[in-house]
Design a protein around this ligand. Sequence first.
Ligand code: G6P
Ligand code: MG
Length: 214
Amino acid sequence: MKAVIFDLDGVVVDTAKYHYLAWKKLAEELGFEFGTEHNEKLKGVSRMESLRIVLEVGGIEGLSEEEKVAMATRKNGYYLDMISNIDESEILPGIPEFLEKLKNNNYKIALGSASKSGKMILEKLHLAEKFDVIVDGNLVERAKPDPQVFTTGADLLGIPCENCIVVEDAAAGIEAAIAGGMKCIGVGSKEILGRANAVVTSTKELPEVDLETL
Ligand code: G6P
Ligand code: MG
């Protein structure tokens, strides 16, 4: 048996832009600009690690744990507002065709996302039933680049890690796949995702990737 484990934000759906916009809004309220040049660092990392990166950019130090949790919760509120009306139109191109192809070729399909909203988003997109296993931020403790989110998916599917292929848009996710002993396909630029077994510039190209020769 073989499996493909999908990251969510930036791979299945275009939510990465909303994560960014929500952090940017928080940064503006704190009195600094959070430009797109910092966005790459937020991809794939947990909510609290993202906050740490945002505060570092703003040069804000010395906050208590309670204050940090309150800020991360505030950002999550903005994010949830932004995605409240998300629908199938935000599924990234090629993903429905790729899921169909995997199913026809007897691949198991899992989600491996750090986001605590992962399952809810798949449900809103009417994609949840296409996934054999859904692992999101509610099921795991350790964030990417730790492989826990992917190895948990492989365990729940009952498929050895070396038979799993991860699809990821974040450098932290590629590192997590490698650490878990899995193959991986990067979606984005070769400069950032060069350690993946294959890199495509857009999800549109995923159905054409030869999974057998990765
Ligand atoms: C994904 C995204 C990150 C996000 C993380 C946690 O990995 O790529 O940008 O910070 O999930 O998401 P959450 O919805 O739980 O704040
Ligand atoms: Mg991602």
